[in-house]
Design a protein around this ligand. Structure first.
Ligand code: HEM
Length: 371
């Protein structure tokens, strides 16, 4: 387009293509299915939002690719991740519109859709793979790969995305490089472990000497405390941690998990604020997709009851299970298991605190630029 050509609204937005892209099949089959237009438009609106989500994810993945993530880039990435969270709210709410269609309205045209299904949404699969949903943790459907329902071209695209770097991996590498877990004499990991062990020992002694407890209650409390200690041991002991990773119960590397824990515990220190927002956004995104999945599963239950899906899965049961298991950033949720109340946190030495301050706040401040 030349500079003197004026942009025209309908051309810029390609409205001709967009508004002629709804082609209900019921009419062609001689059926009166008033709600098919709604069904198509809602799906198309989802696909547009999926496109935007992929755009934001690709922007973040690109900026996290180098060994050094600039602070300004980090802040923009957080903005984009938070935008995804805002979009997810629309994605969940949009189901309200579709639910104005009754199961009988849907029956006017549902049989004409087989074997197509949202299960074939390539963009949804790309989002899952970009985030880091591991292929071997996907629920198996009739022992067939989820890509078998796709055209050859689409299957190739989705399989390539399985091999591409994921947000989980890139965030892991970035966390593992965090400079603050060991600054000069301050070793966060050692301090944290010492604090926890001391606290556990103190709690145990208190249970042992509390003469208001019956013997049965004492044993119960000691057993609970043993379980708590074992949970912390699974973090302190690298081998135990790796075993959890092998079982898929942890996905982050140990270094990354420790760094994420420190960011969570000291998230209000100026240099930690943007990293903390990043972790919060990733947690929100995981929760957002889990919510969408649950909500979609419930909608499917009320629309088709216990029938199998047009895409060949068990329908509602598959979707409900996927909502629970198809998660990516569960480690960030599990950080809370290891959180300490603020008044028990190891104190940061003054020089470390200063280095975590903003430059203009008077310290010799340094930012997370090393990350
Ligand atoms: C009446 C409305 C809907 C019904 C009855 C329905 C039903 C289903 C069913 C039964 C499945 C499981 C796969 C299968 O066997 O077909 C599924 C999967 C899926 N649907 Fe829907 N759906 C509806 C609306 C939507 C909408 C509006 C979207 C938005 C794009 C969507 C996206 C998906 C996606 C992405 C999957 C794959 C989920 C996964 O594998 O984890 N669905 N749907």
């Amino acid at each position: 387009m030349t500079a003197d050509e004026r942009v025209y609204y309908a051309d810029y937005l390609r409205l001709e293509q967009l508004l002629t892209a709804q082609q209900p099949v019921a009419g062609e089959a001689g059926r009166d299915a008033h709600d098919e237009l709604l069904f198509i438009i809602v799906h198309q609106a989802y696909e547009l939002w999926f496109k935007q989500v992929l755009w934001e994810l690709d922007g973040v993945l690109e900026r996290f690719a180098p060994d050094h993530v600039d602070d300004r880039d980090l802040s923009r990435c957080v903005d984009w991740l938070e935008r995804i969270v805002a979009i997810q709210k629309v994605l969940v709410q949009q189901l309200d519109v579709l639910e104005t269609m009754t199961p009988l309205d849907f029956m006017d045209f549902r049989d004409l859709l087989t074997p197509s299904s949202g299960f074939q949404s390539v963009q949804f699969r790309l989002i899952e793979n970009r985030l880091g949903l591991a292929t071997d943790t996907r629920l198996s459907i009739n022992d067939r790969a989820y890509t078998t329902v796709l055209s050859d071209e689409h299957a190739r695209t989705v399989r390539a995305a399985e091999q591409a770097p994921t947000l989980l991996e890139r965030v892991d590498a970035w966390l593992a490089r965090t400079p603050f877990t060991a600054v000069d004499e301050f070793d966060f990991w050692r301090e944290y472990r010492d604090t926890v062990v001391e606290q556990l020992d103190r709690d145990r002694a208190a249970i042992r000497t509390d003469d208001r407890l019956s013997e049965a209650d004492r044993q119960r409390q000691l057993a609970t405390q043993d379980a708590t200690r074992a949970t912390f041991e699974s973090l302190f002991d690298r081998d135990a941690y790796e075993e959890l990773r092998e079982r898929g119960e942890r996905r982050l590397s140990h270094e990354a998990f420790v760094a994420a824990l420190m960011i969570t515990l000291y998230g209000h220190e100026p240099a930690m604020q943007v990293p903390r927002r990043l972790l919060t956004a990733l947690t929100d995104i995981d929760e957002g997709f889990a919510l969408w999945r649950h909500r979609h599963a419930l909608m499917v239950h009320r629309m088709i009851g216990g029938r199998v899906g047009t895409g060949g899965t068990s329908g509602h049961d598959y979707l409900r299970d996927a909502a629970v298991t198809h998660r990516v950033f569960t480690d960030l949720f599990n950080l809370s298991t290891f959180a300490l109340p603020r008044h028990r946190l190891p104190d940061l030495p003054d020089d470390v605190r200063r280095r975590m301050g903003f430059v203009h706040s008077g310290g010799s401040g340094r930012s997370t630029d090393d990350g």
